[in-house]
Design a protein around this ligand. Sequence first.
Ligand SMILES: [Zn+2]
Length: 256
Amino acid sequence: MSFQSMVHRLNPKHYPRDYRVATIVEGRETTIDDRRIHIAANSTTAVLQTQPGGTGTPWVPAAPAASVTQAQMVQFVRFIEDGSFTPGSYRDVIYNAQWRAFYNVAARALQYIDPSNTPTIKPAVDSVPCFDCELVLPTRNITIDHQRPQEGNPVEATCKLFRALGLTKGDPDGPKGDGVRNVHMGNVGGVAGRANAPLRKKYTLNNVGQIYFTIADWGGFVDSGDLDKACLHHVVNLRPLCNACNTSNRNVAHYA
Ligand SMILES: [Zn+2]
C-alpha cells in the first residue's frame, strides 16, 4: 500500500485547493464544516483555516496556527510505510531495528534441559522477553500482539500512531510512544500535547493532525480502511507477548 499520493497532494499547482476538514474527535471520524485545509496557488504547504464568521465570511488561519509542508508530508508517509506490515507479515516486526531496540531483542544463550535432566546451554539465539511477564523466549516462540485490537473501533490504532507523532491533543503515556515522539515528532511538525490526558483527548486529533488526516481522507485512504490497517499493523502498535499473556480478552475497546 503506497501513501505517496498524500505527498502529491502538496505538489504546487497554479490554482489553490481547499479540502473540508476530516478528523477524529473522541475516537470517531467526523467532518467539520467551518474548517478547511487550504493550499494556495503555487504553494507546497497545507494550512488549516477556520471561518469564525460563518458561511460566506472570510477564512482565517486556525488558532493555534497549523500547517504541513510537503517535506513534512514526505516524513509522515515514510514513517507509516517504513513501519507498517500486512496482516500476513506483521511477525516480521521482529526484524525492525527500532522495535528490537525497544523490546530488548538480543542474541542470548538460553538454558535447556536434556532428557537425562542435564542443563545445557545452547548457542545463542535471537530472543526477546515477554512484555508482560518478562519470560525470555526465542523470537520464533514469541507471539506478536496488536496493542489496539484487531476487532472493535478501527480508529484506535490510527489514533495511537498519530499520538506517537504529536498529532493528538493528549500525549502518549507509554515509553514506546514517548520514544517514537522524541525521534519523529519534529520531522512531521507534531506538537506536544497534554500529559496524562483523559482518553477523549488522546483520541482527538490536534490542529496539525487534522491536516494529515484530511489529506489522507481526500486520498481515499480513510474510506478504504487502508490508513487504519497500516496503523494497526505498525511497529507502534505491535508488542511481544508470550502465549499465556496474549489472551484475546485483554484488549478492550475504549470507544465503540
Ligand atoms: Zn508473558
